[in-house]
Write a new protein. Structure first.
Length: 237
């Protein structure tokens, strides 16, 4: 199975090609200029280097959210456009599941202590909030979701953490000094989602029978933008 994976939920996005679970190539997208300007050229470059025509792909995988509103729109739009043009399958992947998967499958010394502990993925949701979801490693080395992706106040999330919990994600930057004692912190190298993990999770889901409708696939923002919240507040006055 040949997979194109797109990650644009963070300021530093990425594009990867995989053959089954083997990483063929991955390139990081600079935050400057905007991801929307660099994404399509990066995809073309990766396909050319691998010698893969777009039509010979089987699946396009993309982070569906949470994350940057602009980045998610760009990634999902490009993924759908390519899938439509080449008649490919497309799957959206939750960003926080990508973070948990990277942490559990990376070279992390903490894992020996936390093999059965909850893994908390967090991203900055602005205004003192975090995007959060909790996962657990299963005996078959897969992930089990323990909580849905949701927005939570940073202080409330910190209060719920317990000794031995493993935490990961770029949302930690804002709360690192406030973490309770004996909470395990993943190495910062896995705090940002990468396209390689997006592709591997999408392959897992695809082989398990999951399919996304090309026309109904949209970004999951999980909260209104600041402008939308302001407009809603003004409408209530």
């Amino acid at each position: 199975m040949r997979i194109l994976a797109i990650e644009t939920s963070s300021a530093e996005g990425s594009v990867a090609l995989l053959e089954d679970s083997r990483l063929v190539g991955q390139v990081l997208l600079s935050a400057q200029p905007r991801i929307a300007q660099t994404l399509v050229p990066a995809i073309g470059q990766q396909l050319a280097q691998a010698g893969w025509p777009l039509a010979e792909l089987d699946l396009v995988a993309v982070t569906q959210g949470p994350g940057s509103f602009t980045g998610l729109r760009a990634g999902v739009t490009v993924a759908k456009s390519l899938a439509y043009a080449a008649r490919l399958e497309v799957l959206g992947v939750d960003t926080l599941e990508v973070l948990a998967w990277q942490t559990l499958h990376g070279d992390q010394p903490q894992l020996a202590e936390s093999a059965s502990a909850p893994v908390h993925g967090v991203l900055d949701a602005q205004r003192g909030d975090l995007f959060h979801a909790t996962f657990r490693r299963e005996p078959d080395d897969q992930l089990a979701r323990l909580s849905p992706t949701a927005v939570i106040a940073a202080e409330r999330w910190l209060a719920h953490l317990q000794a031995g919990d493993l935490v990961t994600g770029s949302g930690l930057r804002a709360v690192l000094e406030s973490l309770p004692e004996r909470v395990l912190v993943a190495d910062p190298s896995v705090w940002l989602p990468r396209a390689a993990a997006v592709g591997r999770l999408a392959r897992r889901d695809f082989l398990a029978g999951r399919r996304d409708d090309l026309w109904r696939l949209t970004p999951n923002y999980f909260r209104p933008s600041a402008a939308e919240e302001k407009a809603d507040l003004n409408a209530r006055r």
